[in-house]
Design a protein around this ligand. Structure first.
Ligand code: BGC
Length: 314
């Protein structure tokens, strides 16, 4: 029996079948193609799951249960996606739809919650029970694990650090707000800031790229490219300050940074740690380690499989 984990992101859907012990038995991914709406995305999920099951065994591996992470606020008890700004979804009864398709019990939760559970189970969060995690991708996801359990708040939007306001009258967010953290420090925000500066003629190793990716900015910074470093520093300023504010509020034992760009390690983490320390000032009484996530792009589906194995509230 395997546990299916699915991570529906703004750009791609990643999925894997995971054993009870946390071993990945099969994994695969497919572009989300979110323009096709909920039905189109579910169609792709079905294809992906069929491919995975045949990858895991000739007769298709039997599945015990599934967990699904989505980039938005979820009422976990009802499996209802209330608002997923980067997919354009509102009030989608996802658990019901997926249970019909997959014919197994399904848990739906926020994607960053799933990633944090994955890291606590098999990654950088092993041994910790009070974790603050953020993921840098199309948006900024966040999760608070307190005493080993995900804190969702009464309505499901705890924690939504991507939409904490950090700049008055700042850039317009897909949620309709202005100056949300994710408009200034997500991978998408880094690409758009670098793009603006390149258009204005800022000399850089990145000049002439047609479709810039956040990964290239990180690589540029590692090679000493000034524009790339400035872009990372600008994002780090907002991230470090927001994380310091959150840390003062909840007192986590560790902060984990996930998402593709964090895999680059210190080139991304050092400016965040510096901004965090500066914002905390005298309050660095017990220094909080800021670590890179260890499971990379697999964290979301591994955590989703964990939550299928250990359903919330069970
Ligand atoms: C959403 C979060 C999500 C994050 C990462 C944000 O825009 O509001 O719920 O976790 O993106 O996907």
């Amino acid at each position: 029996m395997g546990f299916l984990g699915i991570d529906i992101g703004g750009t791609s859907i990643k999925a894997g079948i995971v054993s009870r012990e946390g071993r990945v038995l099969a994994k695969s991914q497919i572009p989300t193609a979110k323009e096709a709406g909920v039905a189109g995305v579910l169609d792709r999920v079905t294809k992906l799951v069929d491919a995975l099951r045949s990858q895991a065994g000739p007769d298709g591996l039997p599945l015990a249960a599934a967990g699904v992470g989505v980039p938005g606020s979820v009422e976990v008890d009802r499996g209802l996606v209330r608002l997923a700004p980067n997919l354009g979804w509102r009030d989608v009864p996802l658990r019901e739809k997926l249970q019909d398709l997959l014919k197994v019990p399904v848990i739906v939760d926020n994607d960053a919650h799933m990633a944090a559970l994955g890291e606590m189970w098999q990654g950088a969060g092993r041994g910790y029970r009070d974790i603050l995690m953020i993921t840098l991708g199309t948006g900024i996801g966040s999760a608070l694990i307190l005493n080993g359990a995900v804190h969702r708040g009464v309505f499901g939007y705890g924690a939504e650090m991507g939409h904490v306001k950090v700049l008055k009258d700042g850039p317009l967010c897909r949620c309709g707000g202005r100056g949300c953290l994710e408009t200034l420090a997500s991978a998408t925000a880094m690409v758009s800031l670098a793009g603006c500066e390149l258009e204005r003629g800022y000399p850089s190793l990145l000049s002439g790229r047609t479709r810039l990716e956040a990964r290239e900015i990180v690589e540029g910074a590692a090679k000493g490219d000034v524009l790339s470093r400035e872009v990372l520093n600008a994002a780090a300023h907002y991230l470090g300050t927001a994380l310091a504010n959150a840390a003062l509020l909840v007192g986590p034992a560790v902060i984990i940074i996930g998402g593709g760009v964090a895999q680059a390690g210190d080139v991304v983490l050092t400016p965040i740690r510096e901004a965090f320390a500066e914002a905390l000032g005298a309050w660095q009484v017990n220094p909080v380690p800021i670590l890179a996530a260890q499971l990379g792009n697999d964290a979301g589906f591994i955590g989703a499989a964990y939550s299928a194995l250990h359903p919330p509230g069970a």
